[in-house]
Design a protein around this ligand. Structure first.
Ligand code: FES
Length: 487
């Protein structure tokens, strides 16, 4: 019997980006009618896949560090009620399969008896041949069928994680462990609509087209009778109860869909990344979140009354964690906010005003190879973009070139090496020197992997951006596919 799994689950099971399997479908190496692939085809294409450590439950972080069973036991189990509902659904499916098997068994037994009867009544050798064929076929089915590892893993995956399809975009994501639908969707890089994140505002409502949800967080938002009848639910308060779920909701397309927000945030940590670069971590207050797109900036200011000390910084973290925001703040003349931070005048626990997000340096929705080029703290928005690109499997290949012109150097080189170590498709090119080294950096990137067919994202000081954009164009990247952020 042909076992099939969705493309997303197959990618997860063999530990490759979904885009890789999609390319193989496009090249005819893999058949995927209705987005489903045969487990036998997957096993044929990935005979060496190590299912014990394939990262089947760990693709979001991309680090392949622990065994499947331990991962399931330790981290990925959903809430008890969700688990019970999914196990019940699987038990029903199993009971149905058993019922069918029993019927087939009865049918085969009856057929064998009939053939015996015909043979005994002297109905010739043809009956004997059919009987032999039947016995031979049964022996083959019962004796040679080996365990379909991918199908077994997929069954397990269906219990601990549910697959969600969002309409009309067709985007998919998996809900794991105790995540709400909103948390899982954001982690997967979807630009879902939401506001409070705690079941109050109703902005995250979505219509259930197929499947079941269960409430996993409190909510006091009241749906109208008509919304209730149409099957609306709150993404921030519910998880998937069924193994597959189809939702209908609108997602943000670009920066214009993200409303400006103003809120008071707390300084959670301040730590040096290098002598002249600080890592500032902020946290939104409980019950509020910053909705933003990867690559965007916010303005931070002192909360003291009458203070006009404020500055804009790109968010260096992923929108999937919308309560904890990271910034790489360089020491620079004329930036009163940064100078106060370096002077220790802004402390952990202090309240700051946050306004934003702003900017259109965001990832285009296209599955082309991605090249990122940063200079100094231009790495901050690039880091956010890369984390987002990894979360959404945005491209088959990613390249990062990082030019350090200051003594602070590549202050998060370990992070870059970790990406390169965890993802086969990720290449890292560090370079040191003045901004005039930008063309040489881009030439090195182009030598390793042609850039012309992809999109390029450049962030850094004006002189660097100008040189980098010209170099990218010289290597064949069309101007329309170069996105730049001048810091
Ligand atoms: S985000 Fe406000 S109710 Fe869900």
């Amino acid at each position: 019997m042909v076992q099939r799994v969705t493309l997303s689950r197959a990618a997860r099971l063999v530990g490759v980006p979904r885009g890789v399997l999609q390319r193989q479908v496009g090249e005819g190496l893999l058949l995927a009618p209705d987005g489903m692939v045969a487990t036998a085809d997957i096993a044929r294409l990935y005979p060496e896949a190590d299912f014990e450590s394939s990262g089947a439950f760990e693709r979001s972080s991309g680090i392949k560090e622990s065994a499947f069973g331990r991962r399931v036991l330790e981290r990925m189990l959903p809430a008890r009620e969700v688990l019970a509902q999914r196990l019940y659904a699987q038990a029903q499916e199993l009971a149905e399969v058993r019922r069918h098997l029993q019927r087939y068994h009865d049918l085969v037994t009856r057929l064998a008896d009939e053939l015996d009867g015909l043979s005994a009544s002297g109905n010739g050798s043809a009956v004997g041949e059919v009987r032999a064929l039947l016995e031979c076929g049964l022996a083959e089915v019962l004796g040679s069928e080996s365990v379909d590892t991918i199908a077994v893993m997929d069954d397990m995956l269906k219990v601990v994680s549910a697959q969600v399809v969002v309409r009309p975009s067709g985007r998919e994501f998996l809900v794991e462990g105790r995540e709400t639908l909103l948390q899982a969707g954001l982690r997967a890089g979807l630009k879902l609509n939401y506001g409070c994140g705690n079941g109050t505002c109703g902005l995250c409502k979505a219509r259930i087209v197929a499947g079941q949800v269960t409430r996993v967080a409190p909510s006091d938002y009241r749906f109208s009778e008509s919304e209730r009848q149409q099957g609306y639910t709150l993404l921030c308060a519910h998880s998937a109860a069924s193994e597959t779920l189809v939702l209908e909701t609108l997602e943000a397309v670009g920066p214009a869909d993200i409303l400006p927000q103003e809120q008071v945030v707390k300084v959670k940590a301040i730590a040096p990344l290098a002598p002249d670069t600080l890592h500032l971590q902020l946290q939104t207050s409980r019950g509020s979140r910053l909705r933003f797109l990867a690559g965007q900036s916010v303005t931070l200011g002192l909360a003291e009354e009458g203070s006009d000390v404020a500055a804009a910084y790109p968010v260096a973290s992923c929108p999937c964690d919308d309560r904890n925001l990271s910034f790489h703040v360089p020491r620079r003349d004329g930036d009163a906010f940064a100078l106060r931070l370096f002077a220790g005048a802004i402390r952990v626990g202090e309240a700051l005003n946050l306004r934003g997000p702003a900017g259109d340096f965001t990832l285009a929705d296209a599955e082309r190879p991605l090249a990122f080029v940063a200079c100094d703290t231009g790495f901050a928005p690039i880091r956010s973009l890369i984390e987002h690109a990894i979360a959404v499997d945005a491209a088959e290949t990613l390249s990062l070139g990082w030019l350090a012109t200051r003594p602070d150097g590549h202050y998060l080189a370990n992070q870059c090496r970790a990406w390169a170590g965890a993802f086969d498709q990720f290449r890292y090119f560090p370079a040191q020197g003045g901004v005039e080294a930008a063309p040489a950096l881009i030439a090195a990137m182009a030598d390793a992997r042609p850039l012309a067919a992809g999109d390029a994202y450049v962030a850094g000081p004006p002189a660097f951006v100008e040189l980098a954009v010209a170099a990218l164009q010289a290597h064949g990247v069309p101007a329309a596919r170069i996105f730049a952020s001048v810091l």
